[in-house]
Design a protein around this ligand. Structure first.
Ligand code: IPE
Ligand code: IPE
Ligand code: MG
Length: 251
């Protein structure tokens, strides 16, 4: 079966989230359950990501942001960190032509300090190559932390204030949004995490302030487009109020 086939259509959904935040979690457990090393689990996650990207395109999602390496993941063993750095680079290089064919625009969200320069280069190259694509925007969160993103934005604003470009007291939500790693990213509608962990782990904190959270017990390497579609269907049944209120009809 082809990973992505423009002829294949996803089921009809009541509502399709514009932006899905995806925490690809559970690779290590998936591998250890099979007596394999954690790195084997990461390797098995590559195809799950492509499956989900294809499923997202088929469903009509316009933005998917995938958590690939957090600013906290540096705490892992040097071997695992080294593997993940190299692996992020390889996957981008190996898959960018396919993503190009799918009309996917690749972006990077994350911070520069500590990240391997060769990984940054690969991310920037993929961004450049796919810059004119008009389909799904796939943002890879690599060396990403939600608090760090806000801290980095605040520092950029502080500099502009010191330079006299921004007047103190005039800072709004929009001012902060403009300084985030990918300012064009819309708010997250659906925050989806695999592997049964019930936490956000510092992912897209600013953008997810009104997201619908959904947790799947499936470990990331077992994830596929049907799992994504199940999540989108469940999202469609959620009633989003954004703070407003409506009377239920009185009987
Ligand atoms: C997610 O899987 C991938 C990354 C964090 C890079 P994990 O490696 O966290 O797998 P578990 O949670 O230990 O099973
Ligand atoms: C979140 O997963 C980061 C990524 C999926 C890249 P973790 O496995 O690192 O999160 P914690 O440690 O369980 O919170
Ligand atoms: Mg994990």
């Amino acid at each position: 079966m082809k990973l992505y086939d423009p002829q294949r259509k996803a089921p009809q959904f009541d509502k399709v989230p514009r932006h899905i935040a995806l925490v690809m979690d559970g690779n290590g457990r998936w591998a250890n359950k099979r007596g394999l090393t954690r790195t084997e689990g990461h390797k098995a996650g590559e195809i799950a990501l492509l499956e989900v990207v294809a499923g997202a395109i088929e469903a009509g999602v316009s933005n998917l942001t995938a958590y690939a390496f957090s600013t906290e993941n540096w705490k892992r063993s040097p071997e695992e960190v080294r593997f993940l750095m190299g692996y992020n680079k390889e996957v981008l290089r190996r898959r960018r032509d396919l993503l190009m064919e799918w009309n996917v625009r690749i972006r990077w969200a994350g911070r520069v300090p500590r990240l391997w320069p060769s990984v940054i280069e690969e991310l920037k190259l993929a961004e450049k190559l796919t810059a004119k694509n008009t389909g799904l925007t796939l943002t890879m969160a690599v060396n990403y932390g939600g608090r760090q993103e806000i801290v980095d934005a605040v520092n950029k604003i502080a500099l502009k204030v010191a330079q006299g470009k921004i007047r103190p007291g005039s800072i709004t939500e929009r001012t902060i949004e403009k300084e985030l790693y990918v300012p064009e990213l819309p708010d997250v509608d659906l925050f989806l995490r695999s592997s049964g962990e019930l936490r956000s782990s510092n992912f897209l904190m600013w953008q997810s302030s009104y997201a619908e959270y959904l947790f799947s017990p499936t470990l990331w390497p077992d994830f596929n487009r049907e799992e994504l579609w199940k999540a989108i269907a469940e999202f469609g049944g959620r009633q989003r109020r954004f703070g407003s209120a409506e009377d239920a009809p009185l009987n």
